[in-house]
Design a protein around this ligand. Structure first.
Ligand code: SF4
Length: 396
């Protein structure tokens, strides 16, 4: 069998699962896909008692889309995986060994992508240990060229294999990362530069893409970003009303993760009134972020790397501007939580930001329908525009 290698995000070489000391086990509140190979292995185990338990909690998935989601371990609503023991350890792994874990369990929180002829590894910020490694990295996130041996049969999150897209992939990715890591301007302005770049972007000849990238690099080099974004609107009342309503609706209908709900209770004190929220932005959030903006930058860079933004979307027929809006909605929704939290806590610390961002990621990033529905609603209201995204981004 030929060996495969992967390139890795720089922080993943330090990742180690915290096991029973983890403050938010990944075995709660979700469901777990079981691939066909693992399902068949479970059918053949000799231990009758464990076999009965497996039979009781695992259901064939009639809507399966691939071998990976052939069956599902059902969790009780908001509850824990039925195979987690009282010490928060996995009884399948303990009794049968790691080779009996499904591909999903063996892979999480690692996210493998297939990028043309190579694999890349990043991590999911819904895992507290990954969130710490991503967000607390002052020097920034990048993919290293050190080649590691790929484990057998990992889940592949995103696959890029359209040869027509390959020539432009690295140009666009380098440009997007350079803008997001351009630390002399605010994160909001970095996102607006990308929004302007993708607003009327159509996927075309490489020479045209290179020319467009060069024009935008000139804007950064000439310190002309302020000019580019000056006309884009700021409407704090609209921003406040939008987030308070969308988050409250989501929390009341769908969310069961206890750790996130505890934080939302604290956030509610901050978004009780618009005045309280605005004061928190100026007194706590902004001063903290002047020193720690790299945390939010890293969150966005990790999104770009793990989602293969925006090329994986283009390969699936999605508009790059829509992919950009999705990234902005993630950033602004998380930021709104942080501002509100800073009001109730009268400040922020790196640990508090990690905790909020990890809970945010767990609640929103694994719910693929939430933001796609939100973009549909915005489309119906004619709000999928650069000016409306500016309203969601800008605070002053
Ligand atoms: S959330 Fe991360 S650290 Fe915690 S148990 Fe899962 S993989 Fe391990």
């Amino acid at each position: 069998m030929t060996k495969s290698f992967y390139n890795s995000a720089n922080y993943m070489k330090d990742f180690q699962c915290l096991g029973d000391t983890c403050e938010d086990t990944c075995c709660q509140g979700w469901y777990v896909d079981i691939d066909k190979k693992t399902f068949v292995k479970y059918k053949r185990i000799p231990d009758k008692k464990l076999k009965r338990r497996l039979h009781m909690h695992i259901r064939r998935n009639k809507m399966k889309t691939s071998f990976s989601d052939y069956a599902t371990i059902k969790f009780p609503k908001g509850g824990f995986c039925p195979f987690l023991n009282t010490e928060k350890l996995c009884s399948i792994q303990l009794e049968l060994g790691p080779t009996y874990l499904s591909r999903t369990c063996a892979t999480y929180p690692r996210q493998y992508n297939m990028v043309f002829d190579r694999h890349e590894l990043t991590g999911a910020c819904s895992c507290p240990e990954v969130a710490r490694l991503v967000l607390l990295n002052r020097d920034g996130i990048r993919i290293t060229e050190e080649r590691e041996l790929l484990p057998a049969d990992p889940v592949i999150d995103n696959l890029l294999d359209d040869p027509d897209l390959e020539p432009s992939f690295e140009y666009i990715r380098h440009f997007v990362l350079d803008v997001l890591q351009h630390r002399t301007i605010s994160i909001e302005d970095r996102l607006l530069v990308l929004g302007s770049f993708f607003a009327d972007f159509s996927y075309e000849k490489l020479s045209r893409i290179k020319k467009r990238i060069k024009d935008y690099r000139d804007i950064l080099d000439r310190d002309a970003v302020a000019e580019l974004v000056a006309e884009l609107p700021i409407e704090p009342d609209v921003q406040f009303a939008y987030f308070r309503q969308t988050i409250e609706t989501h929390v009341q209908s769908y969310v069961s993760n206890q750790r996130y709900l505890e934080l939302v209770d604290l956030c509610r004190q901050g978004w009780e009134t618009h005045d309280r929220f605005t004061t928190a932005y100026h007194s706590y959030y902004r001063p903290f972020m002047i020193e720690h903006e790299y945390m939010m930058e890293n969150y966005l860079v990790n999104h770009v790397l793990s989602q293969l933004f925006p090329i994986a979307g283009i390969e699936k027929g999605k508009e790059p501007f829509n992919e950009w809006m999705l990234m902005v909605l993630h950033y602004t929704t998380a930021k709104y939580h942080l501002i509100a939290l800073s009001a109730s806590q009268q400040g922020l610390t790196p640990d508090l930001v990690v905790r909020m961002m990890q809970s945010y990621a767990r609640t929103y990033e694994h719910d693929i329908s939430y933001f796609s529905n939100e973009i549909k609603h915005l489309q119906e209201d004619g709000l999928t525009t650069l000016p409306f995204m500016s309203i969601l981004l800008k605070n002053e």
